[in-house]
Write a protein that binds this ligand. Structure first.
Ligand code: AHG
Ligand code: MN
Ligand code: MN
Length: 341
């Protein structure tokens, strides 16, 4: 099947790209495209707020603690509210879930419900905000499972392999939106002078081998020996790359992941003493990035199997995460098989 003309032409707007992609699927109702537009609009608004945060007294803590015991930043709350407000009235969703809300977020009665669910990490890496380090937004879309009416928890508790689309936005040196709906991974850069996301990275593919490892090595004393060994292999030049790897760790998952996607590399957040199941959240962080990673030719694993195959049992479930270039993640999976618990 050929690609529609121009669908991957650099410089085209996100809106043009979505319209052309939709033509590929004559049965498409346009609901998905409309939902993506709402996410894109939210990203522009959050980007604007992030850009002026230092001026507008919008930095710092709100004094609240979220459902996971983490300090909530002003921008965490702003991003969360912005996305919810922009998506809940369009009639495309039956429910949402967010890292910042303990329970399922229902669509208010006054609005129609639709066939999708959305899960978000509204602001990822938010502990970095005050230091002007890159932060991001991650989202994941599923088709609902219940037939109609208000969405239920089972509409959101679905494995990553059933995602309809997933992606992220980075508020970095530029604002970049990356998404996949299965047909390739595409990156768009926000041109602030016209307020449009323009296609800058069509059909992203990640290198099979990466010479970067990204992890909070400060926790390595409490890692399992197999995680310690993996890092030793990469440092000593015995990894798939055949020479010592570079360490790169920003502490914003989206930014660490995006760099490795472009350059090749592996990100790992293994179980530690304080996070025995791993720190990162399956539904709002691991699964969406796993879909993007696999669609770009990489792998994402718990060490024991694909992230995309994990069946969620709760909204804020955490998982060990190993994600990035295929050969590096395969090395981890081999160490999991060889070194017992
Ligand atoms: P969030 O800001 O959404 O709570 O996520 C923070 C996450 C993730 O972005 C990052 O990879 C990780 O926390 C960093 O954890 P450490 O500070 O323990 O390294
Ligand atoms: Mn996060
Ligand atoms: Mn967050």
């Amino acid at each position: 099947m050929g690609e529609p003309n121009g669908v991957h032409e650099k410089g085209m707007t996100f809106t043009q790209h979505m319209a052309e992609m939709q033509q590929e699927f004559p049965e498409a109702s346009g609901e998905f495209t409309a939902l993506m537009q709402e996410i894109m609009l939210s990203a522009k608004i959050i980007s604007r707020e992030v850009r002026k945060a230092g001026l507008a007294d919008a930095l710092g803590l709100t004094g609240h603690v979220n459902v996971q015991g983490e300090a909530v930043q002003y921008l965490d709350e702003f991003a969360n509210q912005t996305i919810i407000r922009n998506v809940h009235h369009g009639g495309h969703l039956c429910a949402l879930s967010s890292e910042e809300n303990e329970d399922l977020i229902e669509i208010p009665d006054r609005y129609p419900t639709g066939k999708y669910t959305l899960t978000i990490d509204p602001l990822d890496g938010s502990s970095n905000i005050d230091a002007n380090v890159s932060i991001g937004t991650i989202w994941s879309i599923h088709r609902r499972r219940t037939p109609e009416g208000p969405g239920q928890i089972e509409d959101v508790l679905q494995p990553g392999r059933d995602q309809v689309a997933a992606g992220y936005v980075i508020y970095g040196s530029s604002t970049i939106l990356v998404y996949t709906s299965g047909a390739g991974v595409h990156g768009f850069t926000l041109d602030p002078s016209i307020g449009e996301f323009l296609l800058s990275h069509p059909n992203l593919r990640t290198p099979e081998i990466g010479l970067i490892y990204s992890t909070n090595e400060g926790h390595s004393a409490s890692w399992h020996p197999r995680d310690q060994q993996a890092v030793e292999i990469w440092k000593s030049g015995r990894g798939p790359g055949g020479k010592p790897y570079s360490a790169r760790y920003i502490g914003s998952l989206v930014a660490d992941f995006h760099r490795n996607l472009l350059y090749g590399g592996v990100f790992l957040y293994p179980p530690t003493v304080s996070h025995r199941e791993g720190k990162l959240r399956l539904l709002s962080e691991a699964a969406p990035l796993a879909m993007v990673c696999e669609a770009a030719g990489g792998l994402a694993s718990t060490g024991r199997g694909r992230i995309l195959d994990v069946i969620p049992t709760s909204l804020h479930q955490r998982v060990p995460l190993y994600i990035g270039s295929r050969r590096e993640v395969e090395l981890i999976e081999r160490l999991y098989r060889e070194i017992p618990d």
